[in-house]
Design a protein around this ligand. Structure first.
Ligand code: G6Q
Length: 540
């Protein structure tokens, strides 16, 4: 059912917006000294302050009513219960089962999938112990020192983000690299630093047909065979993570060296499946299981907490508030933690590939806004770059500021300085600096210069804080955003778990490739595309 724009909750929100948009965050704080107490949530060590938003208690009540009207509680149960909520692909959506650390079964079409999940996790752990312990030997009998994950999109972004985030937990004996781009530079540059005798490749592809991944995997195999001139070496230096055992065998990887996952795991939601193998290799099974526990804790919170105390739901509703009522086009993710520098990139995929849709569940064009543009960089770097626009630009850009009380790498006063910036920025965005303050600080300043130095404030942000960045807190944080995306998809009445836009790109590239190779006559496109293909062929 479309609750936008006809539902009573939506219409009440519209009227409420008309009134509240005349208020500022400054006024809301001045009116209510208890504001920070009212708009905060804590879950384990995760602390969310959402008081610096243009909201009142009435706003939150109306947004919760909207979620109720959209059938969110039932939709959450449907996902956890293995209903085929990915309707366009007729699949269940059960990334939550991958990190189900309870002893409860999870059923898909009547069969408990937990034994299969456990079995793959056990195989992964045994394999990782062997590699990390120097007992997995390459073709010339030497232990593995470098692991190269070859994958793209969901088979790359999550594991890469987690490996960077958890570098502090990495084994000193193993380096993990990621190759995703079909641009030969990516693979060549990575391999230029590696010794084939001590290198292990993970070919990570759900379908095992993705052009970029298969091209990189073929070239990596050639590189290996140049060193060994024996096909047997492939078995010692390649493993696969896939749902397609036939294609894996065809590539030359034995079934013993294949780690399976299932069609009810979406690529961008797959880092807790065997797609997480590079993470487990880097941080070891014990830390990997802590990460799964963190995910599971947030899953349980999402499933069981009442909507008004439910962190993913609150973040989602605030996003809807700005996206659909204030007309905000984008949302910034700003981790004040260098190790999370790939976090915005991973969230970009999770969010934009899920909710970047313009047709509703009934197949009709939506008449309301759906997913926002997600972007961001770590603080404090962003402050010396795009923050100018956040503070004084013409666009409203709600932002999530993420920080950790303790540093992974304590050093002098670095952490205090980092956190001082984290706090100061959200304060400045919300409260700005009035013209009167500027004039008082700068006696004799011209009014036009004072105008340049004035900050209007009233720019919303959430502050999300955990004690420290570790496998468990990373799991909680990731699941928080996954469920935020789910909630928004439910409210917007769109399907969040397919990605037909990605499929189209995959098909079109194959067609043009044949023309560039010359195996198919060039032409038949629009005049611009024909001219570009012609130019590329002539100048190659
Ligand atoms: C993710 C998408 C997409 C996918 C890649 C790689 O949700 O489906 O990003 O992960 O296209 O696909 P394979 O894992 O099949 O190679």
């Amino acid at each position: 059912m479309n609750i936008i724009p006809d539902s009573s909750a939506w219409q009440k929100l519209q009227q409420h917006y008309n009134r509240l948009s005349q208020c500022s965050i400054q006024e809301l704080f001045a009116e209510d000294p208890q504001r920070a107490e009212k708009f905060r949530l804590e879950f384990f060590d995760l602390f969310l302050d959402y008081s610096k938003n243009i909201i009142t208690e009435e706003t939150m009540r109306l947004l919760i009513a909207l979620a109720q009207e959209a059938g969110l509680p039932e939709a959450i149960e449907d996902m956890f219960n293995g209903e085929h909520i990915n309707a366009t692909e007729n699949r269940a959506v059960l990334h939550t089962a991958l990190r189900n650390r309870s002893d409860q079964p999870v059923f898909v079409d009547g069969a408990d999938i937990m034994p299969d999940i456990e079995q793959v996790l056990e195989r992964m752990a045994a394999f990782c112990e062997k590699v990390r312990g120097g007992r997995w030997l390459g073709h010339s009998g030497k232990p593995i020192r470098d692991v190269v994950n070859i994958g793209i999109g969901g088979s790359d972004l999550g594991p890469k983000m987690a490996c960077e985030a958890l570098m502090a937990f990495a084994s000193p004996n193993l380096r993990v690299h990621f190759v995703s781009n079909v641009d030969g530079f990516h693979l060549a540059h990575t391999l230029s630093r590696l010794n084939p005798e001590q290198t292990l490749f993970i070919v990570a592809s759900k379908t095992f047909t993705t052009q970029e991944t298969m091209c990189n995997a073929d070239s990596a195999r050639q590189w290996l065979l140049q060193a060994f001139a024996s096909k047997e070496a492939v078995g010692k230096h390649f493993v696969a993570v896939s749902t397609n055992s036939e294609a894996v065998a065809k590539f030359g990887i034995q079934s013993d060296n294949m780690f399976e996952f299932w069609d009810w795991v979406g690529g961008r939601y797959s880092m807790c499946s065997a797609i997480g193998l590079p993470i487990m290799l880097q941080i070891g099974p014990e830390h990997f299981f802590h990460m799964l526990e963190g995910f599971h804790e947030m899953d349980q919170h999402f499933r069981n907490a009442p909507l008004h105390k439910n962190m993913p739901v609150i973040l989602a509703l605030l996003g809807v508030w700005y996206n659909n009522f204030f007309g905000a086009q984008s949302h910034a993710i700003l981790p004040y933690e260098q190790a999370l520098h790939r976090f915005p990139a991973h969230l970009q995929q999770v969010d934009m590939e899920s909710n970047g849709k313009s047709v509703d569940r009934q197949g009709k064009p939506v008449t309301w806004q759906t997913g926002a543009v997600i972007w961001g960089e770590p603080g404090t770097n962003g402050q010396h770059s795009f923050f100018q626009l956040l503070h004084q630009g013409t666009k409203l850009i709600p932002a999530d500021f993420i920080a950790f009380c303790r540093s992974q790498t304590p050093m002098g006063e670095h952490q205090q300085k980092l956190l001082a910036n984290f706090v100061a920025q959200t304060e400045a965005l919300a409260f700005g600096k009035s013209n009167a303050e500027v004039l008082a600080e700068n006696p004799g300043i011209s009014s036009s210069l004072a105008a340049q130095k004035t900050f209007g404030g009233n720019r919303p942000s959430n502050s999300i804080i955990a004690d420290e960045l570790n496998p468990r807190s990373l799991g909680r944080l990731m699941a928080l955003y996954e469920h935020k995306v789910f909630t928004q998809g439910q409210i917007w009445n769109i399907y969040s778990f397919d990605q037909w836009g990605v499929q189209l790109g995959k098909e079109l590239a194959d067609k043009v490739l044949a023309e560039l190779r010359g195996s198919r006559p060039a032409g038949g496109h629009d005049s611009s595309t024909n001219a570009i293909i012609q130019h590329l062929k002539q100048r190659a």
